[in-house]
Design a protein around this ligand. Structure first.
Ligand code: MG
Length: 157
């Protein structure tokens, strides 16, 4: 068995859409990035790449590459899956979104569904949690949203 961790943070700004775990969330602000800036999906990608010893998301999808401009990050996750699935199967993913606002609880079931279907695993293998940062620091001041993920993979041979 192998495990990997992922962490990502994106700046929260006006006039951007907010996409977390492949789910577009209605909110006055959104995340700034080269892709759709889906921090949760990026953290999951990095955790998978980490578990497989394949570097990080920046190596595979450089933000200098126009092919990834505004891309739906679930596409990146699908690509990451293809890199590891010959050698590994997915045991589970756990993750935490750290956001002061908006409230995310009602969107979490849909995020789990999106991540699970992208990775072709049952939804009970994907967990998504959300917490605030108690008003402290750059997340608490609503300047950014961050996400952490941990993934375990089972080696096929
Ligand atoms: Mg990112």
């Amino acid at each position: 068995m192998r495990v990997g961790i992922g962490y990502d943070v994106h700046r929260l700004v006006e006039n951007q859409k907010l996409v977390l775990g492949g789910v577009q969330i209605p909110y006055a602000k959104g995340l700034l990035g080269h892709s759709d800036a889906d921090v949760l999906t990026h953290a999951v990608c990095d955790a998978i790449l980490g578990a497989a010893g394949l570097g990080d998301i920046g190596v595979h999808f450089p933000d200098t590459d126009e092919a990834y401009a505004d891309v739906n990050s679930l596409k990146l996750l699908k690509h990451v899956k293809t890199l590891v699935e010959r050698d590994y199967s997915f045991l589970n993913v756990d993750s935490t979104i750290i956001a002061q606002r908006p409230k995310l609880a009602v969107y979490i079931p849909k995020m789990r569904q999106q991540l699970a279907s992208t990775l072709s695993v049952p939804v009970d293998r994907i967990n998504v949690k959300a917490t605030t940062s108690e008003g402290l620091g750059f997340i608490g001041k609503e300047k950014a949203i961050a996400a952490q993920a941990i993934v375990s993979l089972d080696a096929r041979h």
